[in-house]
Design a protein around this ligand. Structure first.
Ligand SMILES: Cc1cc2nc3c(=O)[nH]c(=O)nc-3n(C[C@H](O)[C@H](O)[C@H](O)COP(=O)(O)O)c2cc1C
Length: 452
């Protein structure tokens, strides 16, 4: 997209907090702020677990698992780095619960056959934290079915919960493709429940039933039109999969931390959390109702996110440059950052008993801790998630805890190369700050570098 059509988009160019905050104000982007970072260093009790502080490594898919879904050498490296970097909670990336729900042939998959490798992964992660002198981190595994984005053998093999004109066109899904049946969803619920049991045996402290980013369980939340399905129509039906799975896991594993990565705003016409008449306006009514139901079903944690990465990635990960083939949005990244923080705040304020993880802080680079501390101090989020910044700079938490300033040469540059690598099938990581391990393949070297 040319810079002329890029509207108010801009790139990060702030030398001091004042100019960042002034620009945020100009764009009407309300950023929480605290000059003291103390709020980030407060412990938080979640059930019988104690989080040493408020910094969380977000789930970040590396697409580096072995063919059977067991973690590969780069998977071990990623989690050992997050643990050595001092994160209090490590939210392990999407792991498929059934083979046909893998997003690519290198996505993690938790099965009886891969269980031992997952046991080694959690043990190695805890050892890495101990070696670095950090308190034991809390480990959560994200369970997923990739739905319309499934590519178990590398080619698209979509499984859809509903038809969506935008996403069907994007992925070439024919209008007469049948949606997944209620009976298949019942069986899939059992697969999620079984996977949660495996996660317990693998040594995780919690599981996340992933419901976001256009993947199957997130797509169900907007399945207004599924005929007379038990999983379509009113919110009670659309949320049935998530709530019933959560309740079943809760009753089988009372000590397990129960979580969901929740897409509260699809930013898609007819999507979840979207106001009638404008796909870019958030309607909190259903997300707040869902948060209340999730709390009642026994959820302890909700990690708030937004958007469908394959369609308009900036709603979920504000960037300076888009991923290969992506468009430059007509909004400034600060507006995206503020929107994400605001979405978390809406849920956290309505449900103070849930620990809400806020998203969208990586774009702020070395200023993220002040916005993060402001969010925690103001009750906008109990916990702060870092995705791309954790790829780029896994020791960020340890540096902050030790009172060291963040190293400006190590923060995320919001260049979206990690997203491009993921879309290209992996392995995905930070090709800027971890360039010995991750490189942009030659065919992407023309990746848009024009000024926005
Ligand atoms: C390469 C890459 C992989 C990701 N993998 C996952 C994932 O497995 N599960 C998930 O819920 N979100 C995933 N995300 C989204 C991140 O968790 C996070 O929400 C997003 O990057 C915005 O946070 P940030 O600004 O701190 O990066 C991924 C994002 C990227 C760029």
């Amino acid at each position: 997209m040319s810079s002329a059509s890029a509207g108010r988009h801009g790139r990060f160019a702030f030398r001091d907090a004042l100019s960042l905050r002034r620009t945020a104000d100009e764009f009407g982007a309300a950023l929480p702020w605290s000059d003291s970072l103390e709020p980030l260093f407060q412990p938080l009790r979640l059930g019988d677990k104690l989080l040493a502080h408020r910094l969380v490594a977000h789930p970040m898919e590396g697409a580096d698992a072995e063919a059977d879904g067991e973690p590969g050498p780069l998977t071990f490296r990623r989690y050992e780095r997050f643990a050595a970097g001092g994160f209090a909670l490590i939210w392990f990336e999407a792991a498929a619960v059934v083979p046909e729900g893998r997003s690519n042939p290198h996505q993690l998959q938790i099965t009886a056959a891969t269980l031992t490798a997952f046991q080694r992964l959690t043990a190695a992660t805890r050892r890495a934290a101990a070696r670095a002198g950090h308190p034991e981190p809390v480990l959560i595994l994200q369970l997923t079915h990739s739905g319309r984005f499934s590519k178990p053998r590398g080619a698209p093999a979509p499984i859809i919960a509903r038809h969506d004109s935008v996403l069907d066109e994007l992925r070439g899904v024919p209008s007469d493709r049948p949606v997944i049946s209620d009976e298949s969803l019942d069986r899939l619920r059992d697969a999620f429940i079984a996977a949660a049991g495996l996660a317990v045996r693998a040594g995780f402290d919690g599981v996340d039933i992933k419901a976001c980013h256009g993947y199957l369980i997130g797509e169900l939340l907007a399945a207004h039109d599924r005929g007379d399905s038990r999983y379509g129509g009113p919110l009670e039906n659309r949320a049935r999969f998530l709530i019933e799975t959560a309740a079943a896991v809760r009753s089988l594993h009372p000590g397990l931390l129960l979580a969901s990565r929740l897409g509260v705003f699809d930013a898609l016409p007819g999507g979840f959390g979207v106001a009638n008449g404008s796909s870019e306006r958030f309607d909190p009514a259903e997300p707040l109702e869902l948060a209340a139901r999730l709390k009642a079903a026994g959820l302890a944690l909700v990690n708030v996110t937004a958007g469908i990465p394959a369609w308009r990635a900036h709603f979920g990960r504000p960037f300076d440059r888009p991923a290969e083939g992506g468009a430059i949005p007509a909004e400034h990244p600060l507006q995206g950052v503020a929107r994400l923080i605001g979405l978390a705040a809406a849920l956290q304020t309505a449900q103070p008993g849930l620990a809400v993880v806020g998203t969208g802080f990586s774009w702020l680079r070395g200023f993220f801790p002040f916005a993060a501390a402001g969010a925690v101090a103001g009750g906008s989020a109990a916990l702060i998630g870092l995705g791309r910044l954790a790829f780029a700079y896994p020791e960020a938490a340890a540096d902050l805890l030790a009172g060291r300033p963040l190293n400006a040469k190590r923060v995320c540059t919001a260049c979206s190369i990690c997203s491009t690598l993921l879309r290209a099938g992996g392995p995905a990581g930070c090709a800027v700050r971890d360039a010995d391990v991750y490189r942009l393949p030659r065919e992407f070297k023309k990746h848009d570098r024009s000024p926005s």
